[in-house]
Design a protein around this ligand. Structure first.
Ligand code: PLP
Length: 421
């Protein structure tokens, strides 16, 4: 079953493709080829192997030619994909309900690729939500305009205002996060997508915060859906990855961009993400439930001025969240303002946390706290931060899988501890 029998030494077949046991006579030649590419397994391993190869070989030159020219599916050079990244792509397509997905080296790379694949360019302006992740904001404000692509960043909260911006800008690409970072505003994704299409734009939704556990943007009509796979989907804080899902008609352009920009995901990272994905809904169920408890607890805490969690009736977009998300699911992200908090007090609060990690990521199985003004949104001037609603005492919390009572106790003691210098 498992390919050719293991015979020592090197048989004298002239052509290694015809007989993979042929490895030459020289020690150097043998080191290069011996042992490799013997087996044509007639079995499956339970998890997809990590194909640590930059390139793939075929029995016939014609076979490689077919792959390179995309006449048949296959692998040529791993910047364009590998069996391990394909496994992750198939899994993500299934979860998002999209026809195809391409994975790449980070969530930022995914956003970049999606914008290019959606047709942004000199004659294709971008209209992006001002509530996007900080580096996406600066990419929209800096990178694309510098390369000649007009780009406008604006609030998506007021739909009438948004529509007049669409009329004025005539965007080719509309880009937003379904739940915003860090303020957890819930964009009326269905309404924005319909509006953007009415104005001839293509829509990209970053589904990192919401995940397919809450929302499947392509089912609402979005053209492309992006993820920082580094977050909830992989979930263990051990891999940096991104993804772009879309319809088949966008596959070639997206793949061309992936190859030309060169932001491929490595097979080891793909494998880690795929493994993390297996427990994704189990983690999400617990994390969403705990986030709700944490939000209610903080809302009643005297040291907290304001809590933003879409599940709370006090949240400005609670009704939108109820309409868009499955019943009782509001995500694992929340943000809150500590009362009378400057940067020094914010640091005291972070330093006082004993379980919740003070770190610049989210979506992992452990709880994470971040001060956006000093981290994710530090690129923005204080006035720009204030205009978005981010102050020195604003914190974003990603709720993990720990026991929720432990989390509440930790938050309470840190909120008390930070009051005095
Ligand atoms: C909503 C969102 N999109 C995209 C990104 C970028 O992802 P990555 O860090 O994997 O590049 C982040 C990072 O925090 C994010 O929060």
């Amino acid at each position: 079953m498992a390919g050719l029998p293991p015979t020592p030494g090197s048989p004298s077949a002239a052509n290694r493709r015809a007989d993979p046991r042929y490895v030459g006579k020289d020690l150097g030649t043998q080191c290069a080829h011996a042992g490799e590419r013997w087996e044509r397994p007639g079995f499956w391993s339970t998890s997809t192997p990590i194909h640590n190869a930059t390139t793939f070989v075929y029995d016939r030159a014609e076979d490689l030619d077919d792959v390179v020219w995309r006449r048949t599916a296959g692998y040529s050079y791993s910047r364009a994909g590998s069996p391990t990244t394909s496994a992750l792509e198939r899994a993500l397509s299934t979860l998002e309900g999209v026809e195809v997905t391409r994975v790449c080296g980070s969530g930022m790379a995914a956003s970049h690729l999606a914008v290019l694949a959606a047709g942004a360019g000199k004659d294709g302006p971008i209209l992006a939500s001002s509530d996007v992740y900080g580096s996406v904001y600066t990419m929209m404000e800096g990178v694309f305009p510098a390369l000649g692509t007009p780009s406008l960043v604006t609030s998506f909260a007021d739909l009438d205002r948004l529509e007049s911006e669409m009329r004025r800008v005539r965007p080719r690409v509309v880009y937003f996060e379904a739940v915003t970072n860090p303020l957890t505003r819930v964009v009326d994704a269905a309404a924005v997508i319909t509006m953007a299409h009415r104005h001839g734009a293509r829509v990209i939704v970053d589904n990192t915060f919401t995940t397919p556990y809450l929302l499947r943007p392509v089912e609402l009509g979005a053209d492309l859906v992006t993820h920082s796979v580094s977050k909830f989907l992989s979930g263990h804080g051990d891999v940096l990855a991104g993804s772009v899902g879309c319809r088949l008609e966008d596959y070639d352009r997206l793949t061309d961009m992936l190859i030309q920009v060169g932001s491929a995901l490595g097979p080891n990272e793909a494998w880690l993400a795929l493994r993390g994905l297996k427990t994704f809904p189990l983690r999400m169920a617990r994390q969403c439930e705990s986030a709700f408890r944490v939000a209610r607890f903080l809302e009643g805490h005297p040291a907290v001025a304001r809590v933003r969690y879409p599940g709370l009736p006090s949240h400005p977009d609670h009704a939108t969240a109820r309409r868009l998300f499955p019943e009782g699911r509001y995500g694992a992200m929340l943000s809150f303002d500590v009362a009378d908090c400057d940067t020094a007090k914010a640091f005291r609060f972070l330093d006082a946390l004993r379980l919740v990690l003070s770190a610049t990521t989210l979506g992992d199985l452990y709880s994470i706290m971040v001060n956006p003004a000093r981290t994710t949104h530090r690129w923005l001037a204080p006035a720009q931060q204030a205009a978005l609603g981010i102050g020195p005492g604003t914190f974003r919390m990603s709720v993990g899988i720990e026991g929720v009572e432990d989390l509440l106790e930790d938050l309470d003691q840190a909120l008390r501890a930070c009051q005095t210098a």
